[in-house]
Design a binder for this molecule. Structure first.
Ligand code: FES
Length: 158
């Protein structure tokens, strides 16, 4: 297992926040920038953002937890997003997702103990015609079945 990436320091986070303060409505751009840079929104970023924007920690935390794309802990080396929206559910997406969770032995948003795979729900990947669909490290995959999903998870190091 690789060494975990060192946690970002407060000055690193504050410098990133400062880049976006000139924007109108800077909270989401700041959160996206922090996640893009550090892979997640560290707990230590919340009071720094709140202080810079003159809002409460609870307000920042509320936005972080509202949007599925923001992560509060670092993801594994590979991120598997399984579509949970209607077209995919109608084509066996629920069983596909249940099988993937069982194979990984984690719940949604969980990461395998070896740090290789994080699994997350996503709500429509625009690939409804090829349901059920998933996205692995940003690449969409359609017409999945249990065997193909299992193979992809094994290849990802599950
Ligand atoms: S509903 Fe799954 S890709 Fe659209």
């Amino acid at each position: 297992m690789q060494n975990p990436t060192p946690a970002p320091t407060d000055p690193e986070i504050s410098a990133l926040i400062a880049d976006y303060l000139h924007l109108e409505g800077p909270l989401l751009p700041i959160l996206h920038a922090i996640q893009a840079t550090f892979g997640h929104i560290p707990q230590t970023a919340v009071p720094l953002i709140a202080g810079a924007l003159n809002v409460t920690n609870a307000e920042v935390h509320g936005v972080v937890s509202f949007y599925h794309d923001f992560r509060e802990v670092p993801a594994g080396r590979h991120v598997v997003k399984i579509c949970r929206a209607e077209a995919c559910q109608a084509m066996g997406g629920t069983a596909l997702a249940d099988g993937a969770l069982a194979k990984l032995g984690v719940a949604w948003h969980g990461t395998t103990p070896n740090g290789n795979v994080t699994i997350e729900p996503v709500y429509c990947l625009g690939l409804c015609a090829c349901a059920p669909a998933a996205m692995i490290d940003g690449k969409v995959v359609g017409r999945l079945d249990a065997a193909r999903m299992s193979k992809l998870l094994t290849e990802a190091g599950a």
